[in-house]
Design a protein around this ligand. Structure first.
Ligand code: AMP
Length: 203
């Protein structure tokens, strides 16, 4: 069982690596972005509340995303690992996650930060929009250049606060996300083979 947080800007490849981790380790993938997009599409009360923030690339309020994550984590199979993708994004969310995992007596093993020059992101997002067009799906409304800029700014602000938070408890691992998919996957696998120090396993 492995429990991970993936941190990285939009377009860094978190979703692609998460898919592989699901395939290889059978973990539960919890993407707050996906959960919010689903809620918006289904026009649930939560989706209606979150829509404007998501459309504009702003953060949705902490209590909304914390509640979404809590619901999913509590629902997972006993003993199943998880990947949190796009969560936490604020120190308050990281604190709420810590408390939640403590109450579930579940440890967090690694926080993987996808390091990538911001200049590469625009190119990657344009490619993602192109691929979804080719597959007949509309591109994500928040992948437009203006909203992307805002999302990247939000990420830079969030990481500035979150990296020290996780560096402090020795959970933070950096991968070079500018490499190709296979190489990034290998870097992550190498981390997963690291045995967390005994004190880190304590919930
Ligand atoms: P993502 O798919 O992770 O890029 O998320 C898309 C959008 O969903 C973000 O730009 C935010 O508006 C919202 N969102 C996703 N995760 C969070 C979170 N942890 N905290 C606040 N807002 C979030």
């Amino acid at each position: 069982m492995v429990n991970l947080v993936l941190l990285g800007p939009p377009g860094a490849g978190k979703g692609t690596q998460a898919e592989r981790l699901v395939r290889d380790y059978g973990v539960l993938h919890i993407s707050t972005g996906d959960l919010l997009r689903y809620a918006i599409k289904a026009e649930t009360p939560l989706g209606r509340k979150a829509k404007a923030a998501v459309d504009e690339g702003r953060l949705v309020p902490d209590q909304v995303v914390v509640a979404l994550v809590e619901e999913r984590l509590i629902d997972k199979e006993p003993g199943q690992g998880f990947i949190l993708d796009g969560f936490p994004r604020t120190v308050a969310q990281a604190g709420a996650l810590e408390q939640l995992l403590q109450s579930m007596q579940v440890p967090l093993d690694h926080v993987i930060l996808f390091d990538i020059p911001l200049s590469l992101l625009e190119e990657r997002i344009a490619k993602r929009a192109e691929e979804s067009r080719a597959a007949g799906a509309p591109p994500r409304s928040d992948d437009s250049p203006e909203v992307l800029k805002k999302r990247v700014e939000e990420f830079v602000r969030a990481t500035a606060a979150l990296s020290p938070f996780y560096e402090q408890n020795a959970l933070l691992r950096r991968v070079d996300a500018s490499e190709d998919i296979e190489r990034v996957a290998t870097q992550i696998r190498d981390f997963l083979e690291l045995k967390p120090k005994p004190h880190q396993r304590q919930p």
